[in-house]
Design a binder for this molecule. Sequence first.
Ligand SMILES: [Mg+2]
Length: 332
Amino acid sequence: MSADIPADALVAPYDALLVDLDGVVFAGGKPIPGAAETLATARAAEISVCFVTNNASRTPAQVAEHLQEMGAAATPDEVLTAAHAGVAVMSQSIPVPGPVLVVGADGLMQAASDAGYHVVETASENPVAVIQGFGRDVGWRHLAEAAFAIQQGAAFFATNVDTTLPQERGFAPGNGALVGAVEVATGVTPMSAGKPAPDMFHMAQKILGATRPLAIGDRLDTDIRGARAAGIDSLHVLTGVSDAIAVAHAPVEDRPTYIASDMTALMRPYPAIFTEETVTKAGAARAEVTADVLHIRGEGIDAIRAGCVATWDVTDADGTQTVDTSALSGLG
Ligand SMILES: [Mg+2]
């Protein structure tokens, strides 16, 4: 461990970071302050980095280029996309060269052909499998060819099943929504490799040769659920999709190991969070649930941490019990 990182820093026990992209390192076309600098500090301390993304439309080279534009050092071999994970899962049951029908963008086409598959575009070319990933130009004709091929007996794979894709103007349909159209038409559910399946985290850990990696994400039902499924500790950052109230209401399988405002928390100590009697303490912050209402004393991220843990303590394991967590609004 380098002298650059304090021994009591959150990141100190870990030897690798498995980092989500959108909502963690950048938000759409803008860098998230502190993310690139934090990654650079981690690298200088010989903590390895793999970018693990459910986005299957860009090639690793395109992703690395975008990261460089955002000020973060990255090479294509440090990028693991759901396209690669999807093709890896497909290769366990579909021998090369296929043929396979690819529905999606460049990233998936390239991943399939790099793996040795003969890529076709229509059901009449008798594909033995369909693999579907997000692409902005995917339309009805592509979905129809996928449905025809699956009805002819082709196996069905998806890179990921995120239902939404966050855009500046709101939430647009994600790959899961487009896969859903084919699924409804055929009655066949695809096998998916993207988060929250643990495959990508296991692949990244193997690529890096890491013994104790930490996953970092902004979305509970993909990043954090996937990390937990893979048996890996996780840091949830509040710079993306899931806010503090979503964290407080998360079911057990979506609860992160750590909660932070952003990635810079990696270089600082994480407070011990514990509940005495009915009061949860995090640093100077205190939180307590009485009569199903969360009360918080304190400010900032420690107040959020205490509020989330206090809510988890009193909530059903499936997260369905109702606690009024409006005290969390405006704390971040
Ligand atoms: Mg994200």
